[in-house]
Design a protein around this ligand. Structure first.
Ligand SMILES: *Cc1c(COP(=O)(O)O)cnc(C)c1O
Length: 376
């Protein structure tokens, strides 16, 4: 029996850069500045350069990377925030936690991201209901960015704030512009399984808006004003640990190579699978970081079960549209419905994907999928 293939293999990367990681951790243990130590600033500078924005602000998680900008901008009761129904829960969650109303919008079949037509309808629905459209969180699902040129035009017309959820797309580009550089502000996550992950929770916020950056920096430390224990605004404890920043500096150094390696895995999968399942498509002008390689199949649950029986792990991102979740069932949805979101939730299946996935393991995934589908 061949060894089991991991869905995501963090050990292979660790083995590659273990000496650098050990040295980085030892340095932090030696200086002892665990909270906002020098590595946080150094990492933020590298991040800002990577994304090409004026401000990169480390924070405690990808969730806080969405919450802090909303809090800093005063989003709350009476405000409507448009979020895709087919995504991870964070964008809807932080809107609701702040007392705003998450409003669910449908997504596109071809790139899994916010549908511009559905968004236009949603804005019109909200205005008819006498509510205030305030912001939107386009999510860059699976590593490919949303249609920002079109989204930005709608935001400008309707005076909407854009918070780009780049948790899965850090390292991707659209028309040559890096993920994290779109909208008023963007947030990403360094959860261990993300394309750039740390060894715990972490995240970052990107913006070119000096005044918003200043408010976010304050919100990250309890809304602290001029001087310690003086609070001008509401805030929380949303800092990135020095240890995580030190680890991320080492991981960022090899990240561009890892993005290329992910693309090679994706290309091989696509070549070998395009005739038997619906493979993911990267639209012209975009690159993906392949946070997930997600196929669409009809008999998804059985296929996942048969793959598992043959030692191939798969995952479902995401099995239920947010609008169908008990916690969000009472929030409004676009009047034209969420047909694509509901359908994708039934058909998507993510395959093992990481930069160190060997060709042998890729072939095992490919052959197993061919065998199962042929047998049906
Ligand atoms: C992972 C993720 C988040 C949240 O990141 P955390 O660091 O786990 O808080 C937000 N949005 C999307 C799309 C994600 O995939």
């Amino acid at each position: 029996m061949t060894p089991k293939i991991p869905f995501i293999d963090l050990a292979a990367q660790q083995e590659r850069i273990r000496p650098q990681i050990d040295a980085a951790i030892a340095k932090v243990l030696a200086h002892g500045r665990y909270i906002l130590g020098p590595e946080v600033g150094e990492f933020e500078k590298k991040l800002a350069d990577f994304v090409g924005v004026r401000h990169a602000i480390g924070c405690a998680s990808g969730t806080d990377a969405l919450l802090l900008p909303m809090l800093a901008d005063g989003i709350g009761a009476g405000d409507v925030v448009f979020v895709p129904a087919f995504t991870f829960v964070a964008a809807a969650e932080v809107s609701a936690v702040l007392g705003a109303t998450p409003f669910f919008v449908d997504v596109n079949e071809h790139d899994f991201n916010l549908s511009v037509d559905s968004l236009k309808q949603a804005i019109s629905d909200v205005r008819k209901a006498g509510l205030t459209p305030r912001a939107m969180v386009p999510v860059d699902l699976y590593g490919q960015m949303a249609d920002y040129p079109a989204i930005q035009a709608i935001a400008d017309e309707n005076n909407l704030m854009i918070i780009e959820d780049a948790a899965q797309s850090f390292g991707a580009t659209l028309q040559g512009i890096p993920a994290g550089a779109f909208g008023n502000v963007a947030g990403t996550s360094f959860f261990p399984a993300k394309p750039l992950g740390c060894y715990g929770d972490g995240g970052a916020i990107f913006t070119n808006d000096d005044s918003l950056a200043e408010k976010i920096l304050s919100a990250r430390v309890h809304g602290q004003g001029k001087g310690k224990y003086r609070y001008d605004d509401l805030g929380l404890n949303g800092r990135l640990d020095t240890l995580q920043a030190a680890i991320l500096i080492e991981k960022l150094a090899i990240f561009p190579e890892e993005v290329e390696a992910r693309q090679r895995v994706a290309d091989r999968y696509t070549q070998a699978l395009k005739d038997i399942v619906i493979v993911p498509e990267v639209l012209p002008g975009r690159t993906s970081v392949w946070a997930q390689y997600t196929i669409r199949v009809n008999d998804r649950d059985n296929l996942a079960k048969e793959m598992a029986e043959r030692g191939i792990p798969t995952a479902i991102h995401y099995p239920i549209a947010l609008s169908q979740q008990p916690a969000y069932a009472n929030y409004p949805v676009v009047s034209t419905g969420l047909e694509t979101s509901d359908r994708l939730a039934r058909h998507v299946l993510s395959l093992p994907m990481h930069p160190y996935l060997s060709e042998e393991h890729q072939d095992q995934v490919i052959t197993t999928l061919h065998d199962i589908i042929k047998a049906h």
